[in-house]
Design a protein around this ligand. Structure first.
Ligand SMILES: Nc1ncnc2c1ncn2[C@@H]1O[C@H](COP(=O)(O)OP(=O)(O)OP(=O)(O)O)[C@@H](O)[C@H]1O
Length: 282
């Protein structure tokens, strides 16, 4: 049985020899280890909405290091701040305080135009609602971000990605001529084509039946394992989270627990325990 450990308090982390550590566990460790293995990093990140009585802290001094090629799931109760964390890390929303990096670029230091450029060239997105352009074919949808970023289309990489995703024979179809699962695979191909530093997936199976959802999760996991693609996925679903290498359980704007290779039962128990402790679930 896999148990989910309480996330370490960075201030109280036991000191172990560098070679003993399975992973760079904090921004300070990351800096020591060098940033080339690191896809995404946050240091003392804060996001506060509103003021006074209506103030909500959706990100409460979060430290996070995500290694390249890692598939991470962020799970947690509704309203805990998962989407806000993803949006701030991806440069879709601004931080109130602290720092976040994608690769070597500090996201929290960029203006709107630079953020747009960073997102186009270095970030892939997969959304619950697919977000494909209905008037474009599957192939045109897949190549759109690369064309917007004025990148040359790498035909052999495109062929490899669509073959691996099983949509090579669907490229001339428009989204309305594809099933939900096929549309989501087109969206994954679009996200992978620019070989981004990170793909953010927001409830990618939320609109799919369970068979298509399983297929999409398997493909995301293979993208990490076989193509070295870093993926951060927000989900409500412990079964979906169990496909990830690493699960972060988010509550009240903090990473409350985390685990590697946890099964769905262990994840569900951890969220339920946390909910009981925090009064978040009945
Ligand atoms: N633009 C905003 N203005 C004010 N408050 C906001 C805004 N966006 C989110 N919030 C608040 O921040 C908190 C975290 O919201 P967020 O959507 O990040 O949570 P979540 O864990 O992703 O929730 P869900 O699982 O329901 O999507 C909530 O209390 C929400 O009401």
């Amino acid at each position: 049985m896999t148990t989910l450990a309480t996330a370490p308090d960075p201030g109280q982390r036991p000191q172990r020899p560098e070679a003993d550590r399975p992973d760079a566990a904090s921004p300070a460790d990351a800096a020591r280890a060098g940033t080339d293995r690191i896809a995404v990093r946050a240091e003392d990140l804060v996001k506060v909405y509103g003021r006074g009585d209506t103030q909500v802290t959706a990100i409460d001094h979060v430290d996070l290091v995500v290694s390249r090629g890692e598939f991470t799931a962020i799970m947690g109760p509704s309203g805990s701040g998962k989407s806000t964390l993803m949006h701030v890390l991806a440069g879709l929303d601004t931080a109130t305080d602290g720092h976040a990096w994608i690769g070597d670029t500090e996201v929290t230091g960029l203006g709107d135009r630079e953020l747009t450029r960073l997102r186009r060239a270095h970030v892939g997105f997969v959304f619950q609602s697919f977000n494909l352009v209905p008037t474009l074919t599957a192939e045109q949808n897949i190549t759109l971000p690369a064309r917007l970023a004025r990148q040359r289309i790498d035909r052999s990489w495109l062929d490899e990605v669509v073959t691996r995703l099983g949509i090579a024979d669907r490229l001339r179809h428009r989204p309305s001529e594809l099933s939900g699962g096929q549309q989501q695979r087109v969206a994954i191909a679009r996200a992978l084509l620019t070989r981004p530093d990170v793909v953010f997936a927001d409830e990618p199976t939320g609109n799919l039946d369970s068979a298509s959802g399983t297929e999409v999760l398997t493909l995301l996991r293979r993208s990490a394992r076989e193509m070295g693609q870093t993926i951060i996925m927000v989900t409500h679903d412990p079964v979906a989270a169990a496909y990830a290498d690493r699960v972060l359980v988010y509550a009240d704007g903090r990473i409350a627990r985390e685990a590697r290779d946890a099964d769905a039962d262990a994840i569900l128990r951890a969220v339920a325990e946390l909910g009981a402790v925090e009064g978040l679930v009945d």
